[in-house]
Design a protein around this ligand. Structure first.
Ligand code: AMP
Ligand code: ZN
Length: 119
């Protein structure tokens, strides 16, 4: 992270990235931080976030291509480290599909049977 990295002082995940709010961090990279979801939906439920604040995946892809790509490598590392070959990756984009925190986050979910299509 550089001094040019965008952050939002009112953003929960920016505060977790900065260490201002505690989280169960499982992985840290130059451009990403991964921590356990506070309300897990499966035995493994980790959120991987870019250090740079953008409101959703498309915005991160457009403005922070390197950080965005790093999310997927970090997700794979977390899943492997936790013993899961099979896992689901989800970006909720927009309140209408359940996005509640408007700092890009990749859900890494594993460890139970899953249905398709998702609800
Ligand atoms: P989304 O609904 O896709 O925006 O996902 C936001 C996720 O953040 C939810 O799964 C919440 O359970 C999770 N969450 C909210 N606050 C925290 C927190 N302080 N630490 C970890 N996870 C959180
Ligand atoms: Zn943020």
């Amino acid at each position: 992270m550089t001094s040019a990295t965008p952050t939002d002082p009112d953003c929960l995940f920016c505060k977790i990235v900065a260490g201002e709010i505690p989280a169960d961090v499982v992985h840290e990279g130059a451009a990403t931080v991964a921590f356990r979801d506070i309300n897990p939906q499966a035995p493994l439920h980790v959120l991987v976030v870019p250090r740079a604040h953008h409101e959703n995946a498309a915005a991160s892809a457009a403005a922070d291509a390197e950080g965005f790509a790093a999310l997927f490598a970090a997700a794979a590392e977390v899943a492997r480290a936790e013993g899961h070959d099979d896992y689901r990756l989800v970006f909720n984009t927009g309140a209408g599909v359940g996005q509640t925190v408007f700092h890009t986050h990749l859900h890494v979910i594993a460890g139970r049977p899953m249905t398709w299509p998702p609800g």
